[in-house]
Design a protein around this ligand. Structure first.
Ligand code: PGA
Length: 248
């Protein structure tokens, strides 16, 4: 069975004051049997450590360079993020695929660098609205999976997040059948490519996950948690999502 994971992606939001929400999550979910991850902007990782160390919340980053070090002004490596306290790195988020033209090969190189640093790579993929409406969602997602996941990934160093681009930050979500269909397909392809380990890779759904829809989404087969943007910024919004996962 995959481990369950509630992951919060703060994107370019938050400040040192906002880190107190980690204390609130730690207190509220002390006995949680699901993993809880907060991915703040990179400059908050080191100060977040003192908060995270006190309880079940762990820290992750939102992006990394594919090299460990070197002449890459303004970039940050997975090794550096580990040094700052990260246990995981989100790679291939659609906002980065779009804004920085990151290809599947780029995403795979970042995932490999993340895993080589001993961290978990959270590989994101998902179709656009045009692709969904053209009936191409599954082929698009399968091709992103095949191109973005390092072939020697394990259930310990890989998480896959399905995030339809049109559901991110829009308040719209796919039907439960559509989510279940994509996740079943991801599971089957992971088992084909990774063997039995593919059964244990956590599969997250992301895109407008809120307290109001979390329980329904977590009840679906092959949904092992969520990657949450807007609703991960405060304990008030994120905590009920963690509770729903814990009860699923
Ligand atoms: P959202 O973002 O929850 O605000 O829709 C999800 C994500 O982009 O990871």
């Amino acid at each position: 069975m995959p481990r369950k994971l509630a992951a919060g992606n703060w994107k370019m939001n938050g400040n040192t004051e906002a880190l107190s929400m980690i204390d609130a999550l730690n207190a509220a979910h002390e006995a949680a049997h699901v993993d809880i991850l907060i991915c703040p902007p990179a400059h908050l990782l080191a100060p977040a450590r003192t908060h995270a160390d006190a309880g079940p919340v762990t820290l992750g980053a939102q992006n990394c360079h594919s090299a460990a070090q070197g002449a890459h002004t303004g970039d940050i490596s997975a090794v550096m993020l580990r040094d700052a306290g990260a246990k995981a790195v989100i790679v291939g988020h659609s906002e980065r695929r779009e804004a920085y033209s990151e290809t599947d090969a780029d995403v795979r190189a970042k995932a490999q660098a993340t895993q080589a640093a001993g961290l978990k790579a959270i590989v994101c993929l998902g179709e656009s609205l045009a692709q969904r409406e053209a009936g191409d969602a599954l082929p698009v997602i399968r091709s992103q999976l095949a191109g973005s996941v390092p072939p020697d990934s394990t259930a310990e160093n890989l998480v896959v997040a399905y995030e339809p681009i049109w559901a991110i930050g829009t308040g719209k979500i796919p039907t439960m059948d559509q989510i279940a269909e994509v996740h079943a397909c991801l599971r089957a392809d992971l088992v084909k490519s990774l063997g039995p380990a593919g059964n244990d890779v956590p599969l997250l759904y992301g895109g407008s996950v809120k307290a109001a829809n979390a329980a329904d989404i977590f009840a679906l087969p092959n949904v092992d948690g969520a990657l949450v943007g807007g609703a991960s910024l405060t304990a008030e919004d994120f905590s009920p999502i963690i509770t729903a996962l814990n009860q699923s």
